[in-house]
Design a protein around this ligand. Structure first.
Ligand code: PRT
Ligand code: MG
Length: 216
């Protein structure tokens, strides 16, 4: 194990909202990932590096020890499955809600006249769990983006997606119908790093915990 602490996170909203928290832990990025093509960013601390990856890849990098720590949305962690990593802190950033949405006249009873309802989503596990808990047998259709389109073109009856302001749904003539869960980003830690780099990991964890409490 190297002496370096590697933190995996995605650019965009998570990077922007995590930076003030990491600054409280004494970590400042040397470059802006929006302006750089580098995937590994130096920080002011020569022993800390930031790895910039797709949001949905963060748990994989951390589970396999390619990064010691990571910052990932609860949506991504629920889909990945949480057994392979520790999730010690809710950072309270990049907040939104996971919702069932559809056309304003959409039914929520799990069936149409002739068949099971179809649900289009990137969040297959969460959707399966939600409808199973309601006792509904639905057909889940996996998509990788633009879920809002699916009900408009007859691909699905409903969608499961993240909602923040609601503007994306509204712009496409859809409405939120059912709340599934609240989403925010979490600090995740590789299990071996937790043991082998315990002092440094817990020092950063406590600094972040302090910054989160102050921001709340
Ligand atoms: O874009 P990419 O495929 O690489 O990955 P990603 O879309 O997962 O990454 P990114 O950076 O867009 O999102 C990272 C994390 O931010 C997600 O995993 C969530 O935990 C969190 N987050 C918070 C959101 C939103 N708010 C959000 N509004 N992620 C996505 N959205 C999208 C949503 O899917 C929908 O298309 O924004 C749209 C809805 O926003 P409103 O404001 O119109 O309701
Ligand atoms: Mg995105």
């Amino acid at each position: 194990m190297s002496n370096t602490l590697t933190i995996a996170l995605s650019k965009g909203r998570i990077f922007e909202q995590a930076m003030p928290l990491l600054a409280a832990g004494g970590i400042r990025a040397a470059e802006d990932p929006e302006k750089s093509r580098k995937l590994i960013l130096d920080t002011n601390d020569p022993r800390v590096k930031l790895v910039i990856i797709r949001a949905s890849d963060v748990p994989t990098y951390v589970e396999y020890g390619a990064a010691d720590l990571g910052i990932a949305g609860k949506d991504v962690l629920l889909e990945h499955g949480g057994e392979g990593l520790y999730e010690p802190l809710d950072l309270g950033i990049a907040r939104c809600r996971m919702m069932v949405a559809g056309k304003p006249d959409a039914q929520l009873d799990g069936r149409t006249d002739r068949r099971r309802q179809r649900i289009a989503t990137k969040y297959v596990r969460c959707a399966e769990r939600h409808f199973a808990a309601k006792g509904q047998q639905v057909e889940i259709i996996k998509l990788y983006g633009s879920m809002e389109l699916a009900p408009l073109v007859g691909l699905s009856d409903l969608i499961v997606d993240l909602v923040e302001s609601g503007n994306t749904l509204k712009a496409n003539g859809l409405v939120p119908l059912e709340h599934i869960c609240e989403i925010s980003s979490r600090l995740v830690v590789n299990k071996a790093s937790w043991k082998m780099k315990h002092a440094r990991v817990t020092a950063l964890l406590e600094a972040l915990r302090g910054a989160v409490t102050q921001q709340a």
